[in-house]
Design a protein around this ligand. Structure first.
Ligand SMILES: Cc1cc2nc3c(=O)[nH]c(=O)nc-3n(C[C@H](O)[C@H](O)[C@H](O)COP(=O)(O)O)c2cc1C
Length: 370
C-alpha cells in the first residue's frame, strides 16, 4: 500500500445512511450539467454519465426543478411530469445496475428564474421583490434579469406541496431518496437571507419567520417519502447569486433546532471562507453530516480525507473532481491522482463532449464523441 492510499483511507470506510449501506464515505456532489431535453426529460446520455460514477458511496443528482416555476434553465431536468419520471427511471436503473445509489436534488430557482428559461414563460417567484442585478444565462445568450413576484401565502403553501409531490415522483422514478437544495442562493436560502426576504408576514421578519419556509418544505418532503430518505443542503453565509446574510449563525441554529426531531438521513453543509459553517453544523446537528469544502477551494483527496478523519464530517461530497474522474473512489483506493478538467466550457453545454468522455484510470480509450 502506498502513502497516498493511506492518507485517504478514512474515505474508504463503509457507512450506514438511513436505509442505505454505503460502501465508502464519498458523496458525488450535485452538479448542474444541463443535458436534459427542452421538456426537462433526461435521456440515455445522462444515464451513461451517472452510471459511470456509480462507485460513489452516494450520488446526489444535479439540481432538478420540482415545478415549472422552479426551473432555472431550459435543458435543466425536472421532476413534475410523467415523461420526466420515466426519463429519470432510465438513469436510476442504470446507476443501480452499476451498483450505485442516487438521491435526487430538488432545486427551486426562486428569484433567479427568467421567463426565457421557463417552458411556460412565467415570471419568477420569490419571498420578496428583490431582483438580481447580474445578467441571466439563456439559450440565446445573456439577458437582463427580471424582477420576481412575491409569493402569496397561498402560493407558498402550493410551493411546499410541489416539493412533496416532486419527492414522491423521485421515488417513483427509482431514486433512493431526495436532497432539498436549501443552499447557494436558491428558494429556501432566499427565505433565510435578510437581503432577499423583506416579508412582514409569518414567513419573514425575525429568525422564526425566516426559517418557516425551509422547515415546512423539509417536514412536507419527509412526510411524503420518509425522513430517512431525505437530506437537506445548506450553505450558511454563501454569497452566490448576490445573497447576503449579515448574521447567519442564529438563523441556521434555529433552523437545525426545528428540523432535528424529524430524523433526516443527513444534513449537507458547504464550508464558507468567512463563516464557520461546518463547525457550527457539527455543534448544532445531531445526525449525519455531509461536508463540502465549498467552491472557493476545489476538493482534493487530502482535503476530503481530512474532513472525515478529523471528525468535521461523516461523509464528504466531491464535485468538480467528478467531472474529470468517473472513478473518484477507485482512484483513491488505487492511490492514483485525480485527473484535471480538460475543458471548462463543457460544464453547461449539450452533448457527450466534456461529459461522458473522461476515461477511468485504467482505461486509455476515450468514449467516442457525438
Ligand atoms: C458545474 C457545477 C454545477 C453545480 N451545480 C450544483 C447544483 O445543481 N446543486 C448544488 O447544490 N451545487 C451545485 N454545485 C456546487 C457543487 O455541488 C460543490 O459544492 C462545489 O463544486 C464545491 O465542491 P468541489 O470543490 O468538490 O467542486 C455545482 C458546481 C459545479 C462546478
Amino acid at each position: 500500500m502506498n502513502t497516498s492510499t493511506k492518507r485517504t483511507d478514512p474515505l474508504l470506510d463503509t457507512y450506514r445512511l438511513g436505509a442505505l449501506h454505503l460502501p465508502n464515505r464519498v458523496v458525488m456532489a450535485p452538479m448542474t450539467r444541463l443535458r436534459a431535453d427542452l421538456d426537462g426529460v433526461p435521456g440515455d446520455l445522462m444515464a451513461t454519465y451517472y452510471a459511470q460514477r456509480a462507485g460513489a458511496g452516494l450520488i446526489v443528482s444535479e439540481g432538478i426543478a420540482p415545478s415549472v416555476a422552479g426551473q432555472q434553465f431550459l435543458t435543466e431536468p425536472g421532476l413534475y411530469s410523467t415523461a420526466q419520471v420515466e426519463g429519470w427511471r432510465r438513469v436510476t436503473d442504470a446507476v443501480h445496475e452499476a451498483g450505485g445509489r442516487i438521491f435526487a436534488q430538488l432545486m427551486h430557482t426562486g428569484r433567479s428564474g427568467h421567463p426565457a428559461n421557463r417552458p411556460d414563460g412565467g415570471t419568477p417567484v420569490a419571498p420578496s421583490v428583490v431582483p438580481r442585478t447580474e445578467p441571466v444565462h439563456t439559450l440565446d445568450g445573456k439577458v437582463a434579469p427580471v424582477a420576481p413576484r412575491a409569493l402569496t401565502l397561498r402560493e407558498i403553501a402550493e410551493t411546499v406541496a410541489d416539493y412533496a409531490a416532486s419527492a414522491r415522483a423521485a421515488l417513483r422514478a427509482g431514486f433512493d431518496g431526495v436532497e432539498i437544495h436549501g443552499a447557494n442562493g436558491y428558494l429556501p436560502h432566499q427565505f433565510l437571507a435578510d437581503n432577499t426576504n423583506l416579508r412582514t408576514d409569518a414567513y419573514g421578519g425575525g429568525t422564526t419567520g425566516r426559517v418557516r419556509f425551509p422547515v415546512e418544505v423539509t417536514a412536507a418532503v419527509a412526510d411524503a417519502v420518509g425522513a430517512d430518505r431525505v437530506g437537506l443542503r445548506l450553505s450558511p453565509g454563501n454569497r452566490q447569486f448576490e445573497m447576503a446574510e449579515h448574521d447567519p449563525a442564529p438563523v441556521y441554529r434555529e433552523l437545525l433546532r426545528q428540523i432535528a426531531p424529524l430524523g433526516l438521513a443527513y444534513l449537507h453543509v458547504t464550508e464558507d471562507p468567512v463563516h464557520p459553517a461546518l463547525a457550527d453544523a457539527r455543534r448544532d446537528w445531531p445526525g449525519t453530516l455531509v461536508g463540502n469544502t465549498g467552491e472557493h477551494e476545489e476538493t482534493t483527496p487530502e482535503s476530503a480525507a481530512a474532513l472525515v478523519a478529523g471528525g468535521r464530517a461523516d461523509l464528504v461530497s466531491v464535485g468538480r473532481p467528478y467531472i474529470a474522474n468517473p472513478d473518484v473512489v477507485e482512484r483513491l483506493a488505487a492511490g492514483v491522482p485525480w485527473a484535471a478538467i480538460r475543458e471548462k466550457d463543457f460544464h453547461y453545454t449539450s452533448g457527450a463532449r466534456g461529459y461522458v468522455d473522461y476515461p477511468r484510470h485504467n482505461e486509455d480509450l476515450v468514449a467516442p464523441l457525438t
